[in-house]
Design a protein around this ligand. Structure first.
Ligand SMILES: Cc1ncc(COP(=O)(O)O)c(C=O)c1O
Length: 378
C-alpha cells in the first residue's frame, strides 16, 4: 500500500536527538527549544516564536493570550479542522463561519465583512492544504474594524503570498508572517514534524511575553513563583521535539522543493482528467502542496468515500477532506450555526480527498498513484 503520508527524517535529526538523550536535556528546557523557535520565526519573518505541544494548542494559546471573553466572536472558514472552532469554544467564545472560495477551497474573503458584529474580536484565516488565503482583504477588514488576526498556517510552512499585488509595493511574504499571531502544527504529516508539536509566532513583544507565560502555567514572575496571576496551560514542547524541528528548519528549502515537485508532478500527470478539480495555484500564491487535494465530479458516480475505497482497493491510501464546522454535531449541539448552509464546503467535504503527498513518496509511487487514479476513473 502507498501510504497517504510518510515522513522523511535524516541524520541531523538523529544527531540532535542523540545529543538530548546523552546530555539528559529531554524535557522542556535545553538549547534546541530556543534555537528552533528563533530559526522558525526568522524563516517566517517574525520576531518571536513560542513552541508548544501541538498545533491545536497553538490556536488555543493565541485565542487565550488575546483575552477572548465569553460571547466574543471569531470569524473563520467553516472548511477547516475542528481545532480552530474548539479553541474559541474552550474560551466561551463563538465561532462564526464563512463558506469556501470554490477555486482555492480557502475561506471566501468576500463573506467576512457581513459577519462582523459588535462581539467580533478576531478573524482566523486558514491556509488550506498549503495554498495561501487571499490575505490583503482580510488584513484590511481587520484593521478597519479593529479586529485581531490569528493566522492558521498549520498546513502552509513555506507557502508564499504576494501582498499588495496591484500596487508598486507588491512583495512576496511567507505564510506565518501575517496578523497578531500565526500558528503552526508540526504533526507527523506536516512539512516540518516534531512528532507532535506546534508554534505560535508574533511580532508583538507584549503578546509574545504573555503567550510564553501562558504556555508554562503562568508561573509568578515577582516573588513566589507559585503565586499565579493568570490561568495558563502546560503547552510546553520538549527539547527532544525541538531537536527534530531544528534539524528540519536547517534543510527546509529542500523540503519545500520536494513538496513542490510532488505537486507539479501530480498536476502534470492528472491534468488530462476533466472529472477532477486539482489543487489551486493562484498567480498571487505559491502553494506548497501540504496535501495534494482533489475534488471528484459527481458525474463520475463517485463521492469521496467511494472514490477513496476504489483507490484503496488498488493499494492507494487517501484521506477525505474536512467536514465543515457548521455540520459538526458537537458544535450544533451547542446551538451553533442553526439553519446555516455553506454549499461550497458541503460539496467539497463530500467530493474531496487527498492523495499520498508525504515527503518520503517516491517517483515510482507517485506514478503508480496517477495510474490508479486514471484506472478508477476510466
Ligand atoms: C489547519 C490546521 N490547523 C490546526 C491543526 C492542528 O494541529 P495539531 O494536529 O498539531 O493539533 C491542523 C492539524 O492538522 C490543521 O490542519
Amino acid at each position: 500500500m502507498i501510504p497517504v503520508n510518510e515522513p522523511m527524517l535524516g541524520k541531523r535529526e538523529m544527531e540532535y536527538v542523540t545529543e538530548c538523550v546523552e546530555t539528559g536535556w529531554v524535557s522542556s528546557a535545553g538549547r534546541f527549544i530556543e534555537e528552533f523557535e528563533k530559526g522558525w520565526a526568522a524563516y517566517c519573518g517574525r520576531q518571536y516564536g513560542i513552541a508548544v505541544d501541538n498545533g491545536s494548542n497553538a490556536l488555543y494559546l493565541s485565542v487565550a493570550a488575546l483575552d477572548l471573553q465569553p460571547g466574543d466572536e471569531v470569524i473563520m472558514p467553516t472548511f477547516t479542522i475542528i481545532s480552530c472552532a474548539l479553541a474559541v469554544v474552550y474560551m466561551g467564545g463563538v465561532p462564526v463561519v464563512v463558506d469556501c472560495d470554490p477555486g482555492t477551497w480557502n475561506m471566501n474573503v468576500d463573506q467576512v465583512e457581513a459577519k462582523i458584529t459588535k462581539r467580533t474580536k478576531a478573524i482566523m484565516p486558514v491556509h488550506i492544504y498549503g495554498h495561501p488565503v487571499d490575505m490583503d482583504p482580510i488584513l484590511e477588514i481587520a484593521e478597519r474594524h479593529g479586529l485581531a488576526v490569528i493566522e492558521d498556517a498549520a498546513e502552509a510552512h513555506g507557502a508564499e503570498y504576494l501582498s499588495g499585488r496591484d500596487t508598486k509595493d507588491s512583495a512576496w511574504r511567507r505564510c506565518g508572517s501575517f496578523g497578531d499571531f500565526s500558528c503552526f502544527s508540526f504533526f507527523a504529516n506536516k512539512l516540518i514534524t516534531t512528532g507532535e508539536g506546534g508554534m505560535v509566532l508574533t511580532d508583538n513583544a507584549e503578546l509574545a511575553t504573555k503567550a510564553r507565560a501562558m504556555r508554562n502555567l503562568s508561573f509568578g514572575t515577582k516573588g513566589n513563583r507559585f503565586i499565579h496571576q493568570e490561568a495558563g496551560f502546560n503547552f510546553r514542547m520538549t527539547n527532544l521535539q525541538a531537536a527534530l524541528g531544528l534539524a528540519q528548519v536547517e534543510r527546509f528549502e529542500e523540503i519545500v522543493e520536494r513538496k513542490r515537485w510532488i505537486g507539479a508532478e501530480y498536476n502534470r500527470r492528472l491534468s488530462d482528467l476533466p472529472q477532477l478539480q486539482l489543487p489551486p495555484n493562484e498567480s498571487w500564491a505559491r502553494n506548497v502542496y501540504w496535501m495534494y487535494g482533489l475534488v471528484v465530479s459527481e458525474e463520475t458516480g463517485f463521492d469521496a468515500d467511494k472514490f477513496g475505497q476504489a483507490l484503496m482497493q488498488r493499494g492507494v491510501q487517501t484521506r477525505p477532506f474536512f467536514w465543515g464546522m457548521h455540520e459538526q454535531p458537537v458544535l450544533q449541539k451547542k446551538g451553533l450555526f442553526k439553519g446555516e448552509s455553506h454549499p461550497v464546503a458541503e460539496r467539497i467535504a463530500r467530493q474531496g480527498l487527498y492523495l499520498p503527498t508525504g515527503l518520503a513518496l517516491t517517483e515510482e509511487q507517485l506514478i503508480e498513484v496517477c495510474e490508479v487514479v486514471h484506472e478508477v476513473l476510466a
